[in-house]
Design a protein around this ligand. Structure first.
Ligand code: PEP
Length: 250
């Protein structure tokens, strides 16, 4: 049994007052009898604000990235233990914007995944293909490489405490959503690949879909057999839009 997870990636948005308000409105949106979980990923400076709102509620929170080193001379970087110190339970690794713009190679993403777990955080490993890769029929090969970079260093056991997110790059922030069938096909591909290594871990792993999810398409996407919720960018920036997604499935 996998609880759905509706996760909001605020990216480089909000200010301190907006973060407090948005987190408060989201935390107040939980339905008491629902098993659907919600998590938010604010910018680093607002994690403590979100922490003060979320503590004592069901709202989970984490960071959008971390540095792979434990501590030391890495000016401007944030390590896993700092996130744990701020009460984070999760962290995104390998978001396509970090892969495309900030040097997160498959290998570096694997190191971040390992660093997150070593500190007790649940990594949310983001994978996905570009439009060009999809058009060249490389989607499964690209995703396999992204997964194998982590698997080859951690083994399948590490996926017992992780979340996967399939985010086709061509659907992020573009308004283009993968159809439920397109998304389900890739989610099933990933789960089958992991199940070949350990069926129980693969069966328990949550695989989120990300890419222009909104209240109007969430129910159909999340009803697919291997889609266990969503990683939401644009629609996580207002409580109305974010809770519309939660309410569509909760
Ligand atoms: C994302 O960046 O993770 C994302 C899915 O963004 P959007 O929902 O805006 O497409």
């Amino acid at each position: 049994m996998r609880n759905l997870l509706v996760a909001g990636n605020w990216k480089m948005n909000t200010d301190s007052a907006g973060a407090a308000q948005l987190a408060t409105e989201v935390a107040n949106g939980f339905k008491p009898d629902s098993t659907v979980e919600m998590a938010i990923f604010p910018p680093y400076p607002y994690i403590s604000i979100v922490a003060s709102v979320a503590t004592g509620t069901a709202l989970q929170y984490g960071a959008q990235d971390l540095n792979e080193h434990e501590s030391g001379a890495h000016t401007g970087e944030i390590c896993a233990s700092m996130l744990v110190n701020m009460g984070c339970s999760m962290v995104l690794v390998g978001h396509s914007e970090r892969r495309a713009m900030y040097g997160d190679s498959n290998e570096r993403v694997a190191c971040k995944f390992i660093a997150a777990q070593a500190a007790g955080l649940t990594p949310v490993l983001c994978v996905g293909e570009t439009l060009e890769q999809r058009e060249n029929n490389e989607t499964e090969a690209v995703i396999s490489r992204q997964l194998d970079a982590v698997l080859s260093r951690t083994g399948i056991q590490a996926f017992a405490n992780a979340v996967l997110a399939y985010e086709p790059v061509w659907a992020i922030g573009t308004g283009k959503t993968a159809s439920p069938e397109q998304a389900q096909q890739i989610h099933a591909f990933m789960r089958d690949k992991l199940a070949a290594l350990d069926g129980i871990i693969a069966g328990q792993l949550r695989i989120l879909y990300g890419g222009s999810v909104k209240g109007s398409n969430a129910a159909e996407l999340f009803a697919q057999a291997d889609i266990d919720g969503g990683l939401i960018g644009g629609a996580s920036l207002t409580s109305d839009a974010f809770l519309a997604i939660y309410n569509a499935v909760a």
